[in-house]
Design a protein around this ligand. Sequence first.
Ligand code: 6CS
Ligand code: FE
Length: 299
Amino acid sequence: MTTQDLYPTRLGQEVKMLERHDPVVWGSGEGSALTAAQVESYECDGYLQLPALFSESEVEAFQEEIAKLTSDRELLASERVIIEPDEDSLALRSVFDVHREGMFRDLVRDERVSNVARQLLGSDVYIHQSRINLKPPFRGKEFFWHSDFETWHAEDGMPSMRALSASVSLTENVHSNGPLMVIPGSHKHFVACGGETPAEHHRESLRRQEIGVPSDEMLTRLADESEVRNLVGPIGSVTFFDCNLMHGSNGNITPQARRNVFFVYNSVHNTLVEPFAAPARRPNHIAARNFEAVPLPVG
Ligand code: 6CS
Ligand code: FE
């Protein structure tokens, strides 16, 4: 059985803006994690910030976990680690697949985050991707504008827009240190991209993405309809954002790192098929094919 391609991109089709065929909030939208007003705000803007959802001491423990991970030589030598582009210094940009053991395994199950994902996606969820983004001081590089879904559809075979990211701030996010930047409302359009996915594209794209990014014209249209917004907030805040929200972030030239850990929850009814526009599947540490639901925490 082949799954219909609702969102053609990178297939030599005309580069244009398509309508979204999927709901943003799936099911009734009711649940114990968010109020009706919060659900409505997420539906409208494509994101929701919950300030200081985790305490400073919890965040300190996450930072210690990261210190452990980033001093693990075996991990550092593995493909899970992404180094900043153009750097001789081996500055760490991202570490992938951090949710399968230790503290971050508990974090993805924590009801403060997982119940929000269940409520908005209207089903059980599993983890499609997890990573720490370290955005180091002074020379942390930007992430250019993109829709995550565009990549997950083209390269990972995610059929529909029934996934979201939860990004936990481990440092204060201020206007100057390269916080997440979004175009509210952009998640209601799908911007098809030009070009074709080359083999092993993730080796480039996770350092600097150039394929699967919208044209300047499309970005201008989205921003003209809405605005560009910086998502700032205190330590321990969590930003939930729709898989198709147009987002990016500037570089960080301040002396403080800007760190967050983030998880992509996908609905168990939206599991991956074959890539819609790429020569091969991406590896499991970037796009998990273990579709087991995140269990409710015990106790
Ligand atoms: O490749 C990914 O899964 C994610 N990373 C980047 C740089 N762009 C698309 C998506 O957010
Ligand atoms: Fe992204």
